[in-house]
Design a protein around this ligand. Structure first.
Ligand SMILES: [Zn+2]
Ligand SMILES: [Zn+2]
Length: 407
């Protein structure tokens, strides 16, 4: 079954189930759950999958689940949705408004979850009819916003044996019915840095007999970003920006410690990997010149999501198949982070932007209490995800060559 037949099958399936999916999304929207607390959400997904004859496996913490459709030794393609909500107040005046104070599905993860559920039900039908040429792993991931859910899934074998992985995210800047795609990096990295400096301290009359700690800290604050901009490829847009600095308590006393905190944002994966060691070396050299001790505490956020080109082509082919010609539009790299990136550090795959804007509606950005979607996007998402899984399974060849090339 290819192309036109698939579209007909999806039409028939969605005519039956679209209303149920919209109701499912609204129920999740009314009952948002924060990262690693998605117990009810997990239960609702598990119940519906079980009713469709599937066998979901809830992750050990009790939130999030994994479920395979189809079997055999053929290729395995994973589809991932994130299921958590944000700690924000829902500011919408709609019947399906959040019933939980201070929690809201303002990043559209209720839509992602519903899209993957609909896709699961369609693929289960296909498998039952003997039409699924491999295995599809459904990943309902907890805690994207924390982040950490992707690592939790991976720690429990969530992508072992998976050849390729796909995911999507609501995009209120793209019209419903369209899919935004881009090869290479599509989101950015954001890490946190804390620098602690220390020295003997002393009187400001005699800086030469001690270590002039405030001066040294000021040098670190200005020299580190400046040196980085000369040591890292400028195309990576790596930027270190300080947000907090503190040292000393009196005008005439050199303190014995001080602290600076900041963030590192980066569009490029290689630069992101190189950043901690490079920053540490630069820090030690600046601090050493002024005789102070400097200790760096570097906290990784997420790497950039870097889309594999072959996987993007599969998504494009699937979107044309399932949504029609002209459905694919180019999209830009965003400065936001997305923990789907962790999967792509291990296996090839791609992340797409699902259009959720009503062509004549108002656009509200994600991470705002007013965020909402045109619910026609749910059926569009099901079409794209189902067609993508099938396209990737039909197209086994490139998977082998890609994994060999990466090995
Ligand atoms: Zn978000
Ligand atoms: Zn999100």
């Amino acid at each position: 079954m290819r192309g036109r037949e698939l579209r007909g099958e999806l039409d028939a399936f969605l005519a039956e189930i679209e209303q149920e999916l919209v109701a499912f999304r609204r129920d999740l929207h009314m009952h948002p759950e924060l990262a690693f607390a998605e117990y009810r959400t997990t239960q609702r997904i598990a119940d519906r999958l079980t009713a469709a004859g599937l066998t979901p496996s809830v992750l050990p913490r009790g939130t999030g689940l994994i479920c395979d459709v189809g079997s055999g030794d053929g290729p395995t393609v994973a589809l991932r949705a994130d299921i958590d909500a944000l700690p924000l107040q829902d500011e919408k005046d709609v019947s399906y408004r959040s019933t939980v104070p201070g929690a809201c599905h303002a990043c559209g993860h209720d839509v992602h979850t519903t899209v993957l559920l609909g896709t699961s039900l369609f693929l289960a039908q296909q498998a039952a009819a003997g039409l699924l040429p491999g295995r599809v792993r459904l990943i309902f991931q907890p805690a994207e916003e924390l982040p950490g859910g992707a690592l939790e899934v991976m720690a429990h074998g969530g992508i072992s044996g998976v050849d390729r992985i796909f995911g999507l995210h609501c995009d209120p800047r793209v019209d419903v019915g369209q899919l935004g795609l881009r090869s290479g990096p599509i989101t950015s990295a954001c890490d946190k840095i804390v620098v602690r400096v220390s020295g003997p301290g002393g009187h400001t009359a005699r800086p030469h007999l001690t270590a002039d700690l405030v001066f040294a800290l000021a040098k670190i604050l200005t020299e580190l970003p400046a040196a980085l901009s000369r040591r890292i490829d400028p195309r990576s847009s790596l930027s270190l920006v300080w947000g907090r600095v503190e040292a000393g308590s009196a005008a005439n006393a050199i303190p014995d410690d001080g602290i600076a905190e900041g963030t590192i944002r980066c569009l490029d994966e290689n630069a992101w990997h190189a950043a901690p060691d490079l920053i540490k070396a630069l820090l030690e050299s600046v601090a050493g010149a002024y005789g102070v001790e400097a200790v760096m505490d570097y906290t990784r956020g997420v790497p950039p999501v870097v889309n594999d080109e072959v996987s993007v082509e599969m998504l494009a082919e699937a979107a044309e198949r399932a949504l029609g010609a002209g459905a694919v539009v180019p999209t830009q790299q965003s400065l936001g982070g997305e923990d789907f990136a962790w999967y792509l550090e291990s296996i090839p795959g791609a992340f797409a932007r699902l259009g959720t804007r009503s062509p004549d509606g108002v656009t509200y950005d994600i991470h705002q209490g007013t965020f909402d979607v045109d619910e026609k996007a749910i059926a569009m998402g099901v079409r794209v995800m189902a067609a993508t899984a099938l396209t990737a399974l039909w197209d086994v060849g490139p998977i082998d060559s890609i994994s060999n090339a990466m090995a």
